[in-house]
Design a protein around this ligand. Structure first.
Ligand SMILES: [Mn+2]
Length: 351
């Protein structure tokens, strides 16, 4: 039996990029013939979004061939109150178990609790999680064992969100802890009893901090969690360091970088290093406008940090320094390093 596990989608509007990402996940679930489709919190960005989207949600979660299990996250914990109906195949999970063939799934909806109180809540699941089935726990919060910053969880504010440790699950008869709240990337830990703790990362970039191709977890019950790469919109850092001694044109170098970019990726572009305008016959201004033209619509942010150091490179003092370095027979790496030091020193004096 196969499970698709996704984290924070933060839906806001019908038919926007995030909505389309959810549709794509549903298609992937169908193609992979999963039996269970799990959303570990923050399906909605806010309560009001759930209110507006609920009728459409019923539609896309119908006739899929799989059950949809959802737990509330810190952003959408109010979205499910009052017996809201999300469709006949959709189950909003809490500590009462959802049983299906040889698996049992329980959920820990987000609550602002921590420490002893949280630990007691987890340990109490012991009564439910008996060894006759494969046990899965869904949760939404911060894993303290990992050295993440708060921004990895897509949160700006202070305070901890349902912080747990791997050791909290030690005495549980648990095979998989499927988690949400962590946006950055797919990551897996082993539990002491042999089970797995998994964050799949957000299936679409929510903020510019979530860079790289997005993933979900699609796994066979009994097997390890497995990342599945998505073709959803995401941000990608593109860092280009220009070397004034390399023959390739900076524009060509930039082009090569952008050809490698995923079609759904938006770049956070940084162009640093140095150019020799004399040699490439392009000024700083012209190069920037050429890059702008070539990357139209492909960047969300651009940082132009490169500098034209033609004057330094043409300077007799610099030239004689470099020829001495070359004569000394250093390794190529060392030459580059010394050259960089010389350029920096001369920039301080000249510019
Ligand atoms: Mn979130």
């Amino acid at each position: 039996m196969k499970v698709l596990h996704t984290a924070d989608i933060h839906l806001r509007e019908y038919q926007d990029e995030r909505w389309k990402a959810l549709q794509e996940l549903i298609e992937i679930g169908k193609q992979n013939e999963v039996s269970i489709f799990v959303i570990c919190g923050d399906l909605f960005n806010e309560g009001i979004d759930a209110e507006n989207l609920r009728p459409y949600i019923r539609g896309i979660f119908s006739n899929t061939g799989f059950k949809v299990l959802i737990i509330p996250g810190n952003h959408d914990r109010d979205s499910y109150k009052g017996g809201m109906y999300f469709g006949e195949a959709v189950f909003i999970l809490s500590s009462s178990p959802f049983e299906y063939e040889n698996i049992r799934v329980v959920g820990m909806p987000f609550e602002p609790i921590q420490g002893e109180e949280l630990l007691r809540k987890i340990r109490a699941l012991n009564k439910v999680l008996t060894g006759d089935k494969k046990n899965i726990l869904l949760c939404h919060g911060e894993l303290l064992d990992a050295f993440f910053s708060r921004t990895d969880f897509g949160e700006e504010g202070e305070g901890r969100y349902m912080p747990f440790r791997l050791s909290y699950f030690e005495e549980l008869n648990i095979d998989y802890v499927l988690a949400g709240h962590f946006h950055s990337k797919f990551d897996v830990w082993r539990l002491e009893n042999g089970g797995y703790f998994v964050y799949p990362g957000s299936p679409i970039s929510i903020t510019q901090r979530e860079t790289g191709q997005r993933k979900v977890n699609i796994f066979e019950i009994g097997d390890p969690p497995k990342e599945y790469a998505l073709d959803t919109p995401h941000f990608e850092k593109v860092v280009i360091e220009l070397d004034p001694f390399v023959d390739q044109n900076p524009l060509e170098i930039t082009k090569t970088h952008f050809e490698k970019l995923h079609p759904k990726a938006k770049a956070i572009l940084t162009v640093s290093g140095y150019i020799n305008s004399e040699r490439i016959r392009t000024t700083e201004t012209d190069l920037v406008s050429e890059i702008e033209q070539m990357t139209t619509g492909k960047c969300v942010e651009k940082h132009y940090e490169f500098r034209d150091i033609r004057r330094i490179l043409e300077d007799d003092l610099f030239k004689s320094f470099m020829s001495k370095i070359r004569q000394a027979g250093y390794e190529e790496d060392k030459i580059k390093q010394l050259q960089d030091v010389a350029i920096r020193a001369m920039m301080k004096v000249q510019l």
